[in-house]
Ligand binder design. Structure first.
Ligand code: ATP
Ligand code: FE2
Length: 323
């Protein structure tokens, strides 16, 4: 079967075409804000302007005729309502015009499923870290349960927010990583883990308040050391509690080498292994939506073209019947 997936929950409009074994094509058209963070209306306009063309190119690059696509899947949520609406409308139109089934996919679960597919890990504790989301999840009893999560903002948005204070354009995460590599002094910042949940806004406010007193390299270094230690601690506790031996790191912040190293050290010390998908599957991408849609469809999930968007769609609300 060949599935076309549309991703567009936030900054990246991305179309992927996959079959059961491989990615046939992948076309990403990112939205880059002129200033500040992601503006939902601008991002949705960007998606609307580019979606028809991107779909055409993706089908063409996969060397297929539109009629050879067997399934349309799209990211149903969580995400920015205006962006989700553009994506869902395009998916429904395509499904109706090609007379092919449609599947709405949970974006967080797609990050996990494409990670399992790309790395070959089977039953991991997942650290999913992106702009809007930060969660520790694992599969238990037909669901991806959330064992710990952020109580306020996602770690990616936290890094982007601090970067904006330094006039670094969006997305700031990669630039913070570069600065942090040059830092060497650990500045005390709030380390907030409550039970299995964590919080980043106090840490970022504290760092922002110290911009005039410290080198930005040391602040970037300290933000990373503190926040990544919090994420690693909670992931380790989930690993111990669930008695698993695989850790899967996914989401845009997973590009970060320091976070990867910390998790790798922790996993090795617990006789476990860290798995990380290839870079093209870490950030938001259409292939993850196509792949997950295909798995769901083959497991018997049926949706109608009337399917609605879910801006607050939680991964633990989805019954996972394909594992
Ligand atoms: P979601 O809807 O899952 O929250 P998203 O829209 O935030 O996804 P992603 O591509 O998953 O999109 O993640 C983007 C985030 O990843 C941004 O906040 C960006 O700063 C961050 N990021 C990317 N590369 C790095 C890096 N090397 N170090 C730290 N953060 C990074
Ligand atoms: Fe994402």
């Amino acid at each position: 079967m060949k599935a076309l997936g549309i991703e567009g929950t936030a900054w990246n409009l991305s179309i992927g075409v996959v079959d059961e074994n491989k990615v046939l094509s992948h076309v990403s058209t990112p939205y880059q804000p002129k200033s500040g963070g992601i503006h939902p209306r601008e991002a949705s306009q960007h998606h609307a302007d580019n979606i028809a063309n991107s779909i055409e190119i993706a089908i063409d690059k996969a060397d297929l005729n539109p009629s050879e696509i067997d399934l349309i899947s799209f990211s149903q949520g969580p995400g920015m309502g205006q962006c989700l609406r553009v994506v869902a409308t395009a998916a429904r139109t395509l499904s109706l015009s090609l007379n092919k089934p449609i599947i709405g996919v949970n974006h967080c679960i797609a990050h996990i499923e494409v990670g399992r597919w790309n790395t070959g890990c089977e039953d991991p504790v997942v650290l999913y870290v992106s702009g809007a989301n930060s969660q520790v999840l694992a599969y238990r009893g037909n669901r991806y349960r959330v064992f710990g999560e952020t109580l306020d903002i996602g770690i990616g948005n936290a890094l982007d927010k601090f970067a904006r204070k330094l006039d670094i354009p969006h997305p700031g995460g990669p630039e913070i990583e570069k600065l942090a590599k040059k830092g060497n002094k650990l500045i005390k910042l709030p380390y907030t883990v409550k039970g299995m949940d964590f919080s980043f806004s106090g840490l970022i406010t504290s760092a922002e308040n110290q911009i005039n007193k410290n080198k930005k390299t040391n602040l970037a270094y300290s933000i990373q050391e503190t926040s990544f230690a919090m994420l690693t601690e909670v992931t380790e506790r989930a690993l111990a509690h669930l008695e698993k031996n695989e850790v899967l790191l996914c989401g845009g912040v997973a590009h970060n080498q320091r976070l990867t190293k910390m998790l790798e050290t922790m996993a090795n010390e617990r006789d476990s292994k860290l798995y990380k998908p290839k870079p093209e599957f870490l950030s938001d991408n259409g292939a993850m939506i196509a792949h997950t849609g295909l798995k769901m469809y083959k497991a018997g999930v049926k949706h109608t073209p009337k399917i609605k968007i879910k801006p607050d769609y939680r991964p633990d609300s989805v019954e996972v019947n394909w594992r």
